[in-house]
Every structure is written in C-alpha cells, then in structure tokens.
Design a protein around this ligand. Structure first.
Ligand code: NAD
Length: 293
C-alpha cells in the first residue's frame, strides 16, 4: 500500500487492521460474558475539560459501542478536592457492576496522583495506574494477572499482528516515561528482545536507531526520526502524537522519507493511536472475566 504520494517501499501497518483483529477475538468473549448475565463496563473519571481527554473519550466510546461494552464517564470540576475525588473512586472500586476504571491523567495540581494511584483497585485498573500493576509489568506477570499500559501494549500488538516476532530483535525505544517508554522496555524484554532505551540525555540517538531492527518512537517530538538514522528494511512504530502549527497531527517520525527506507511503518494518525482503545476494551473484558471467577 502506498501513502501520501511518497515513493514508498515500507509496508504500512494500519491501526484499523489490528483493531479489527482484536475485535474479532473479543466478540465471542463478550458474548460469553453476556450469556452469563455480565455486561462488561468501564468507568472513566475525568477532571476538568481538556480537549485531549474529550478526544480519547470519543474514540473509546465509538470503539466500545461497536463491541457492546458499557462506558460511563464521571466528570469532576477542576476544583474537586482530594476527599471528593477519593470518595468517587471508592464508589467505583466497590461497585460490582463496574469492571474497569480509567482515571484521565495528568490530574490537576490540587490532587495527589501518587496517593490516588495507590487507591485504585488493582483488579479494575485497566490502564496500569496502580503501583501493583506497574510491579507486574516489571516482573513480567501483567499478561496473566495484571494490566499493562494500553498504549505500550498497543505498540507491541500492532507489530505482532503484522508478523514481527520480537524474540532476539534489537529494539530501540525513544522515550522513558512511566506510561509509555519504560513499561514498553520491560514488556519487550519479556518477549526476549534486546532493548535500548533512549531519552533526552542519550548521546548517540542516531547510532542506537541505526543498529535497530525495530524502532519505537515515543518522544512527542515531531520529525525526530529521520531516514538517515534507520537501517534499510527496519520496522518503525510511531507512538508520538504532535499537533503542528496548521493543526495537523504528526508522529515523531519523518514519515515520507522514512517510509522509503523502512520495511514496515505505522502512520500517524491511523497507526498505534487507533489500537489503544482496542487494548483498553480487551482489558475491560479481561477484568470482567477475572472478577467473575
Ligand atoms: P513524555 O513527555 O512523558 O515522555 C517523553 C519521553 O521522550 C521522555 O522520556 C524524554 O526523555 C524523551 N524524549 C523527548 N524528546 C526527546 C528527544 N529529542 N530525544 C530523545 N528522547 C526524547 O511523553 P509520553 O506520555 O511518554 O508520550 C510520548 C508520546 O506518545 C507523546 O507524543 C504522546 O502524545 C504520545 N502518546 C500516544 C498515545 C497513543 O495512544 N498513540 C498514548 C500516550 C502518549
């Protein structure tokens, strides 16, 4: 498939294909749950009115409607107190009809994010906010007993659904945040990849990218990965989301030039972003199944 008029050699890894494959797996699981009288349900806690939260909520709602998963949103004002927030969270933790809880982050300054992370019920924590689930990513147990962060899992899912076996591969990750880069490194180690994690203090980013079989960019820096930095045929997974001065979305990769040299590449938009809510749905279904046991 060719894209955006470039002389493209890379195969495009499209989020919608991976999302459709995840949906096909989930359909029968959701049917089984419903046959047992269980309606999988996610509750989101949203503080304030940020456009990026609204965009994520809309994307999740569309995905969940297609799958038949319930989605409820509790909207709290920016001025909410710690006590009020914790009361809301406790109600969701205790409600047996709710299987997954997602707290939109970052939270405003008046709320203690570290404390709140410790209060969310780990068995409902579908996007790995709780330190309990972060620890399980570290020990490699998140697949069976915990939940990995949805975006990190989405990056792996889109690669694997397109035939990448990470075992033994040299993978360079750009970014070391707690929500994306760092857990991703742990998850790929668990898959027997040799992982290099780059960040703002990395001296030779181009060198690390140049020797990698797979590059996963999660820096939030438009145009960071250029064609001269990658080896011929490399697989490039772009998690970055950047809004240009014209309002257009781009990733961290110079897409047109890199796609002439890479073997496989994800576009932005249309790549990893479209898989994240599918993984969120998978986690809600998993939570419902585990809670029913
Ligand atoms: P962050 O700002 O918390 O972390 C960015 C990381 O990249 C840092 O560790 C930093 O050291 C590194 N970095 C930044 N600039 C760099 C540079 N020039 N060279 C090397 N390293 C550099 O961001 P985050 O929350 O981890 O998100 C990363 C990107 O992924 C953002 O663009 C974000 O919008 C996007 N994102 C996408 C999804 C999705 O669903 N596709 C979800 C979450 C985040």
């Amino acid at each position: 498939m060719k894209a955006r008029g470039a002389v493209m050699t890379a195969r495009l890894m499209l989020g919608k294909d991976t999302a459709a494959a995840v949906k096909a797996d989930l359909d029968s699981e959701i049917e089984e749950l419903k046959a047992r009288g269980i309606m999988p349900r996610l509750d989101i806690i949203k503080v304030g009115d940020k456009p990026e939260d609204k965009a994520y909520e809309n994307g999740a709602r569309k995905r969940f409607e297609k799958l038949g998963i319930s989605l409820e949103v509790t909207e709290l004002p920016e001025s909410v107190t710690e006590e009020e927030f914790e009361k809301t969270l406790a109600q969701l933790n205790e409600d047996p009809l709710i299987h997954g809880i997602l707290v939109f982050r970052p939270l405003p300054d008046g709320l203690n994010e570290e404390r709140i992370a410790r209060l969310i019920a780990p068995e409902k924590d579908v996007d790995c906010f709780s330190p309990v689930n972060i620890a399980k990513v570290l020990t490699g147990e998140s697949g069976e007993r915990g939940f990995a962060p949805c975006t990190a899992e989405a990056a792996i899912e889109i690669g694997e659904r397109n035939g990448i076996d990470f075992d033994g591969k040299d993978v360079t990750i750009i970014g070391r945040s707690m929500v994306v880069g760092r857990p991703l490194a742990m998850m790929l180690l668990q898959k027997n990849a040799t992982v290099t994690t780059c960040h703002t203090h990395t001296r030779d980013l181009a060198g690390s990218c140049g020797s990698a079989d797979v590059i996963i960019a999660a820096a939030g820096h438009a145009g960071l990965v250029t064609a001269d930095m990658i080896k011929d045929g490399a697989c490039v997974i772009d998690i970055g989301i950047n809004v240009g001065p014209d309002g257009k979305l781009t990733g961290d990769v110079d897409f047109d030039a890199v796609s002439e040299k890479a073997g496989m590449i994800t576009p932005v938009p249309g790549g990893v972003g479209g898989v994240t809510t599918s993984i969120l749905a998978r986690h809600v279904v998993l939570a419902a199944e585990r809670l029913a046991e």
